[in-house]
Design a protein around this ligand. Structure first.
Ligand SMILES: Cc1ncc(COP(=O)(O)O)c(C=O)c1O
Length: 386
């Protein structure tokens, strides 16, 4: 049976064939422990070092400033809990936004339960944090600002460099969750002005369960796990060599092919939007019109229910919903709520995200499938009402 057309690249990505090729020797032959000094350990050790250089090269930082983790969630936990613990004597206030991923919001909630104070900044209707709101939220006890680079649902890109200037001038650390931006837009740490940055492997065509955290030289974090001294003592435990190699290769490709990939994803996404707009009457785009990830299309269909659309298209197109409708209530995502997308639009929101492997033929077929479903559901909604 033909698999559905995959338009959910922000959820996860397939493995890049070059990533698979780079990982293969470590699946088949090279099993040594990177900490062993004999002939089995050395290739693994070298491979981890190379991967660290590859990640550092994408972020334009030093390899020593990268630690490998199990993914975006762990990187965010390490960054936020680490700063909270290490800088406690300087203050106990953090600033974040209302539209962060749960891997930030839940960490903040945990810290609040443990005596921390967190300011959750609002966003505008296009999903952007205001730089002046960030400046106004800073207090004498603020030690960290954590704002995501780009949003996973609507793709809006935040003004991180401008926030970075403020953070620097006020002596406050800045972390960004770049899980969604790596490989889609440039993510260089000095341009962004960040002290900490989280990477998730499976969003950039590497395997699930691997990630990285950039820690600017001089930022002192404690280790959350205790054990042997791997990853500069911060992340003890024998390295996940296979996947670290995959992440390294994925970052090398992300840097090498950024311009082409970005253009391709954007062309596919815009073709999708234009096609849907031509076929469907009541359509609204969510997120910023241009400060947005090149692959992300959050689109609302008025008065429809997203899960009904997904049910209709599910065998042919794989996508995500921005709201879940139950028999008695509609659960709109935190992001759409914060953007104040009206309920009649929000409840019919789909997230369609393109990737490197998306083809024009996929898009044309997806346009047809989605439009047919939307028009069929609109007709039945209209009939029920009249
Ligand atoms: C913005 C953002 N941050 C963090 C994560 C979590 O990353 P991981 O699944 O690697 O833990 C995700 C994954 O959906 C994400 O989109």
């Amino acid at each position: 049976m033909k698999k559905p057309i995959y338009l959910d690249y922000n959820a996860t990505t397939p493995h890049d064939p070059e990533v698979i090729a780079a990982m293969r020797p470590f699946l088949e032959d090279e099993f040594g422990n990177p900490s062993s000094s004999h002939g089995y350990g050395i290739p693994s050790h070298k491979a981890v070092m190379q991967a660290r250089r590859q990640v550092a090269s994408l972020l334009n930082c030093r390899p020593e400033e990268i630690i490998f983790t199990s993914g975006g969630t762990e990187s965010n936990n390490q960054a936020l809990k680490g700063v909270a613990e290490a800088y406690r004597d300087k203050g106990n206030h953090m600033i974040t936004s209302q539209i962060e991923h749960p891997a930030i919001l839940q960490v903040c909630a945990y810290l609040e339960e443990n005596g921390w104070e967190v300011t959750y900044l609002p966003v505008d209707n296009q999903g952007r944090v205001s730089v002046s709101d960030v400046a106004d939220a800073i207090k004498a006890n603020t030690i960290l600002i954590t704002i995501m680079h780009a949003n996973n649902e609507v793709g809006t890109i935040q003004p991180i460099s401008e926030i970075g200037e403020i953070a620097k001038s006020r002596g406050i650390l800045l972390h960004t969750d770049a899980a969604q931006s790596i490989g889609k837009i440039p993510c260089e740490v000095d341009t962004l002005g960040v002290d900490l940055l989280s990477v998730a492997g499976h969003k950039v065509y590497a395997p699930k369960g691997v990630g990285a955290l950039y820690i600017r030289d001089g930022v002192k974090l404690p280790n959350l796990m205790h054990g042997a001294g791997q990853e500069a003592g911060l992340r003890p435990g024998t390295e996940n060599v296979l996947e670290i190699v995959g992440l390294g290769k994925a970052c090398e490709i992300a840097k090498r092919d950024l311009a082409n990939n970005r253009l391709h994803m954007q062309q596919m996404r815009d073709r999708l939007l234009e096609g849907i707009k031509k076929e469907c009457a009541q359509v609204k785009l969510n997120g910023h019109p241009d400060q947005r990830l090149p692959n992300t299309l959050s689109i609302s269909f008025r008065d429809l229910e997203a899960n009904r659309i997904l049910e209709e298209i599910g065998l042919e197109v794989a996508a995500s919903a921005g709201a879940a409708c139950h028999s008695d209530k509609v659960e709109v995502s935190q992001v759409l709520k914060a953007m104040e997308v009206p309920l009649e639009w929000a409840k019919g929101t789909l997230r369609l995200t393109t990737g490197r492997m998306t083809t024009a033929a996929d898009i044309d077929e997806a346009v047809q499938v989605i439009s047919d479903a939307v028009n069929k559901l609109s007709r039945s909604t209209f009939k029920t009402r009249s």
